[in-house]
Structure formats: structure tokens, C-alpha cells
Design a protein around this ligand. Structure first.
Ligand SMILES: *[C@@H]1O[C@H](CO)[C@@H](O)[C@H](O)[C@H]1NC(C)=O
Length: 259
């Protein structure tokens, strides 16, 4: 792992130059084949369209899921997601960050399905050093099963922010100075899954999964973080310390890449 001592203004300008020069090239090269491992579901998760699309499916015997090959400390993680359409009651689609270490940190987005015409719930949570119980739920203001929408987590030393299509919906501030645990130094992997949780997901478990509608399918398009990782590969240096206002829209912070 590179040390922060090597970060300086020259590095920053180099990275910004690379960012603007190769952003579009990197985006088109993002590939689920290269960047994630399908971890469960026995063929129910599929990479399609030359690596640009990944679908997860769920039937009565199993759901499915994948995880990123790399682990990250800090960054912005965007996913484009089209959720299970129609009667999705009982199903849960997840996108979360979690380390493998002993201390349980987790940054969570969970989409709780619903009967046709009833709204999905976006359930968010932050665990740090084993402490969770910080759920906040939101109704989405559009039908998330009709088109792809972008859901993001920004995680940096200052705060964790959840976004829907670029609109911040929740901020979890770092209040370590006041004794509140905050995820800081465990590298996290990205995980995603589609599974059955009809014992609690929809109206607190009252509405069950209708298996006559199975298989249920959710679709993923590429992550922004893959683009950023490629830029770091291009730069060939695992460390840039970026000031928030200097980076602007790219929103990269204290980025460290760990393989
Ligand atoms: C499903 O729809 C009902 C009725 O509008 C609503 O109360 C509930 O919060 C919705 N979402 C879930 C996950 O239960």
C-alpha cells in the first residue's frame, strides 16, 4: 500500500488530467467480467452484453449475488440498477459495502419490493464497529423497475452520503471525535444480491412473495468506481490525496486502492 506522504499537487494535476482525458474511454471499457465475481445462485446471475450488463434472478429455490474483485478504502460507488418489475413483494435487492475483517462495518442500500403499483422502499443503514440500528427508509419518487437509475454511496473521512440519481438523500457524518464509531480503515468490497425476505420485507412481512411470478430479475449496469479504478491503474500509483473542492464533480476523496 502506498503511503500518503507521496501525495502532492503534481500527482493531483496528473490525476485530474487523466480524469478528463480518459473518462469516456474508461467508462466504455468497464466490464462485469473483469471487475466482479459471481458468488452464488448456481447460474441465476448472468453477465450479458459483453460485460456491460449483469442480471440477478430469484426463484423459490435460490436467489443470487456477486461481489467486487477489489476492495476499497473511501470513494464514490455508483450503480445503475433496474429493479424487479410487477409484483416484487417479498423480494429484496441489495447493494452494499462491507469489509472482511473482524469488526463489522457495512454501508447498506436495500430495495424492498412491493405489490404492483405500491411503492418500493429504499432502506439504508450504516454499521460501524459492529454497531448498526441506524436504518432510514425512503419512498422512491419514480418507478425504479421501469428504467435504470443511479444509486450512489460516497464514503470519505468526513461523511457517508447516499444519493439517488445524484440527489443526496441521507448523510451520516463522522462524529468519531464525539465517540461515535465510524468506518475508517477497513477496506470494503462491494456486494450485491437478490433474495427472498418475505418474513419482513414488505409491510413488515404481511405480504408474501408470489412464487407464481418467479423468476424475479433485477438488472445492473456498470459502476462508476470501475472507471475510477481504471484511472488509478493508468496512473500506476495507488495513492492520491485529493481536496474535496479541487475535485469538484468527480467527488474522489483520499482515495486508496487495495488489491
Ligand atoms: C408497500 O406499499 C404499502 C402500501 O402503500 C406501504 O405501506 C409500504 O411501505 C410499501 N413498501 C413496503 C416495503 O412494504
Amino acid at each position: 500500500m502506498a503511503s500518503f506522504a507521496s501525495c502532492n499537487k503534481t500527482d493531483l494535476f496528473l490525476l485530474l488530467a487523466l480524469l478528463s482525458a480518459s473518462a469516456s474511454a474508461a467508462a466504455s471499457a468497464a466490464s462485469f467480467y473483469r471487475d466482479v465475481d459471481i458468488t452464488w445462485g448456481d447460474g441465476r446471475a448472468k453477465v450479458l452484453d459483453n460485460g456491460r450488463l449483469l442480471t440477478l434472478s430469484l426463484d423459490q429455490s435460490s436467489g443470487s449475488g456477486f461481489q467486487s474483485k477489489n476492495r476499497y478504502v473511501y470513494g464514490r460507488f455508483d450503480v445503475q440498477l433496474k429493479l424487479v418489475p410487477g409484483n416484487s413483494a417479498g423480494t429484496v435487492t441489495t447493494f452494499y459495502l462491507s469489509p472482511e475483517g473482524a469488526m463489522h462495518d457495512e454501508i447498506d442500500l436495500e430495495f424492498l419490493g412491493n405489490l404492483s403499483g405500491d411503492p418500493y422502499v429504499l432502506h439504508t443503514n450504516v454499521f460501524s464497529q459492529g454497531k448498526g440500528n441506524r436504518e432510514q427508509q425512503f419512498f422512491l419518487w419514480f418507478d425504479p423497475a421501469k428504467n435504470f437509475h443511479t444509486y450512489s454511496v460516497l464514503w470519505n473521512p468526513k461523511h457517508i452520503v447516499f444519493y439517488v440519481d445524484g440527489t443526496p438523500i441521507r448523510e451520516f457524518k463522522n462524529r468519531e471525535s464525539m465517540g461515535v464509531p465510524y468506518p475508517t480503515n477497513q477496506a470494503m468490497r462491494i456486494y450485491s444480491s437478490l433474495w427472498d425476505a418475505d418474513d419482513w420485507a414488505t409491510r413488515g412481512g404481511l405480504v408474501k412473495t408470489d412464487w407464481s411470478k418467479a423468476p424475479f430479475t433485477a438488472a445492473f449496469r456498470s459502476f462508476l468506481l470501475l472507471l475510477r479504478q481504471q484511472l488509478l491503474d493508468v496512473a500506476g500509483v495507488g495513492c492520491y490525496q485529493l481536496e474535496e473542492d479541487e475535485v469538484g464533480a468527480a467527488q474522489l476523496h483520499d482515495l486508496r486502492l487495495l488489491h
